[in-house]
Design a protein around this ligand. Structure first.
Ligand code: RTP
Ligand code: MG
Length: 143
């Protein structure tokens, strides 16, 4: 088992529904530690840069518009197998396919507005964490 960090975002739909605390509880109940956290309202440029890998996809414009439509909460989660564990907590990209009890099954309506983001691999986690947080903003537990 590997201690990992992953980048998580509570997207504008879930912030608007007042679900920040409920979603943080899911992470903490699963044993993931929140080691960095901030609320932001992304600019178009910030959202485009974050999702650059999807820039040629047909949904890119709608994705950027959605991600800039309201505040988000961005956090670094740390724990054993944190990347996969967070993806399991989130559920499938399309809420219609998400397993019962996952965040997207419980809190998302559509594939376009699906409540949360989570890094999908160690390389993307490293890039995404550095996109939002400096080293000084990440605070591992000391007790
Ligand atoms: P995320 O990156 O947000 O954690 O989601 P994911 O890995 O499960 O999905 P990904 O393939 O990376 O797509 C990023 C986000 O783009 C939107 N999307 N829309 N309309 C569509 O077919 C479609 N496909 C993807 C979703 O909001 C997805 O979370
Ligand atoms: Mg993704």
């Amino acid at each position: 088992m590997a201690l990992e960090r992953t980048l998580s975002i509570i997207k504008p739909d879930a912030v608007a529904k007042n679900l920040i605390g409920a979603i943080y509880t899911r992470f903490e109940s699963a044993g993931l530690r929140i080691v960095a956290s901030k609320m932001m309202h992304l600019s178009k440029e910030q959202a485009e840069g974050f999702y650059a890998e999807h820039s040629e996809r047909p949904f890119f414009g709608a994705l950027v518009e959605f991600m800039t439509s309201g505040p988000i909460v961005v956090q670094v989660l740390e724990g054993e197998e944190a990347i996969l564990k967070n993806r399991e907590i989130m559920g499938a990209t399309n809420p219609a396919d998400a397993l019962a009890g996952t965040l997207r099954a419980d809190y998302a309506e559509t594939i376009d507005e699906n409540a949360v983001h989570g890094s999908d691999a160690p390389e993307t986690a490293a890039r995404e964490i550095a996109y939002f947080f400096s080293d000084e903003e990440i605070c591992p537990r000391t007790r």
